[in-house]
Design a protein around this ligand. Structure first.
Ligand code: ADP
Length: 455
């Protein structure tokens, strides 16, 4: 697609003076781009093969802290290096930055020369290999919701995150008038992403003041997660270029709707023909699709951590907000955790609505594939669909409502330990317990305001 570059294309652009900088990036545990900015000539001279980074980048938190308790690295082990190996199939222009290209890297252990198992791209690649071993491929799409704010990141930070005025004054769901006013950010975002090899379908206003959604065409799981990561990064940078902030926090205010990232998923055979579609079956859902969805539901609690990785993520699961609280499935019903879309068509697919816009897409997609594939392997029976307002349902199981509960479900999950490996699950369990420990330690504004005088 346009925007993707071969090494030869890059050489020509560098020779013509059109590209002078190459960003060599990895994706960290939080789904962020981390890496180095190379002079393009130095990249062509050798860094395209490999470069290095400190191994703490896959054992840190949003604040770049160095928590103890990780087997992979520590102060005792001296925080050595990883090898970053550019995946040249991801080499692309960064159209919103002058003279810049980008490549995503895989991570190899410096000493053992093996892939680092807890690297998010590796975690997802292993699940894709599992699918391939069953003669299957996946089509996935992650919708990206986020909020645009009047002020810039720096102004908001200087106000102690109090000056949070969304860019619009009203619910802008599907609103053309209000979203026209946001084109200063959204038009360059769509066009620059497209020119950078990210197949944007559309953007639309969402169901809250200042909330936008970006949709990208479905792709294989790795490309989908790469697109998601680059799109999220571009949204923040382009908002910043125009003096605004864009936030992907799952719930920025308790009185406002949260931001989701729904995951659309379907499976195909090696020839790209959907194995989810069976015209003669109920709703056009094949046997494989029924087992896959049954796996997603059966293991919904096990996989919730990878869809909701922070304390704040759980504030989104509120009744009457379109964020689900139940793990049931439904036919085109937005109150359920899993929604059947494209009923009776070639595009029949399942949408997981549990994930927040704050998840790491590689880990979220990997966990969905692991749960679905387990359902297929074990031929799990799909319960009947649910209908009506699922928030009120007593029959359906709840999505874990706290980080603590989701962490325990992940830690104890035999399915995830089999699919990801004990080392990977132990690594992310530590990431989760660290988030909880940090929160438990801090006195919040809420507690002080509530108790300062009246307690
Ligand atoms: P809606 O707006 O009703 O949620 P859309 O038609 O906008 O649904 O599609 C949402 C996402 O689903 C898009 O990113 C699209 O590329 C993706 N999608 C469409 N068909 C499939 C499919 N067969 N498998 C997986 N994802 C798909």
């Amino acid at each position: 697609m346009t925007g993707l570059l071969s090494l030869d294309n890059l050489k020509s652009h560098v020779g013509a003076g059109e590209i002078d900088t190459v960003l060599v990036c990895l994706v960290d545990m939080q789904g962020r781009l981390m890496g180095k900015r190379f002079h393009a000539q130095h990249f062509l001279d050798g860094a395209w093969e490999e470069t290095h980074c400190c191994n703490y980048l896959l054992a840190t938190d949003l604040e770049m802290a160095t928590p103890d308790g990780y087997a992979a690295t520590s102060w005792e082990d001296g925080y050595g290096d990883y090898v970053m190996r550019p995946d040249l199939s991801t080499l692309r222009r960064v159209a919103w930055l002058d003279g810049t290209a980008m490549v995503l890297s895989d991570i190899v252990d410096h000493h053992k020369h093996e892939g680092v198992p807890h690297n998010p791209r590796t975690v997802l690649k292993r699940q894709v290999e599992q699918l391939e071993a069953h003669g299957l491929t996946a089509n996935m799409a992650t919708e990206l919701e986020f909020f645009l704010f009047e002020k810039s990141f720096d102004e908001i930070r200087r106000s102690g995150f109090r000056d949070l005025e969304p860019i619009s004054g009203y619910n802008e769901d599907y609103h053309i008038l209000q979203t026209t006013k946001e084109e200063v950010v959204m038009r360059p975002l769509r066009n620059h992403l497209y020119a950078s090899g990210v197949p944007v379908e559309n953007s639309k206003g969402e169901a809250e003041a200042g909330q936008e959604e970006l949709n990208i065409r479905y792709a294989d799981p790795i490309a989908c997660a790469d697109h998601h990561t680059i799109a999220k990064h571009a949204t923040k940078e382009i908002a910043w270029q125009h003096g605004h902030a864009a936030s992907f926090i799952a719930k920025w205010h308790h009185d406002r709707v949260g931001s989701a990232s729904h995951i659309h998923q379907s499976l195909s055979d090696r020839n790209g023909k959907s194995v989810f579609f069976d015209d003669s079956a109920d709703h056009g859902m094949s046997g494989i699709m029924r087992h896959y969805v049954a796996g997603l539901i059966q293991y919904a609690a096990d996989t919730t951590y990878f869809l909701a990785p922070y304390i704040n993520s759980y504030k989104r699961f509120a009744k009457g907000t379109f964020a689900p609280t139940k793990t049931a499935w439904s036919i085109d019903n937005r109150t359920a955790g899993f929604r059947l879309c494209g009923e009776h068509t070639e595009a029949v697919r399942i949408e997981c609505r549990i994930g927040g816009s704050d998840f790491n897409p590689y880990l979220a997609l990997a966990a969905q594939l692991a749960a679905g594939l387990k359902g297929v392997k074990d031929k799990l029976e799909l319960p009947p669909p649910t209908a009506g307002d699922l928030y009120a349902s007593k029959r359906s199981r709840d999505v874990p409502s706290t980080l603590r509960a989701a962490t325990e479900a992940m830690r104890k999950s035999k399915m995830l330990r089999e699919a990801f490996g004990d080392d990977v699950i132990d690594h992310y369990t530590r990431a989760a317990t660290w988030e909880q420990e940090e929160f438990d330690r801090v006195v919040t504004n809420y507690e002080v305001a509530r108790g300062f005088e009246r307690a």
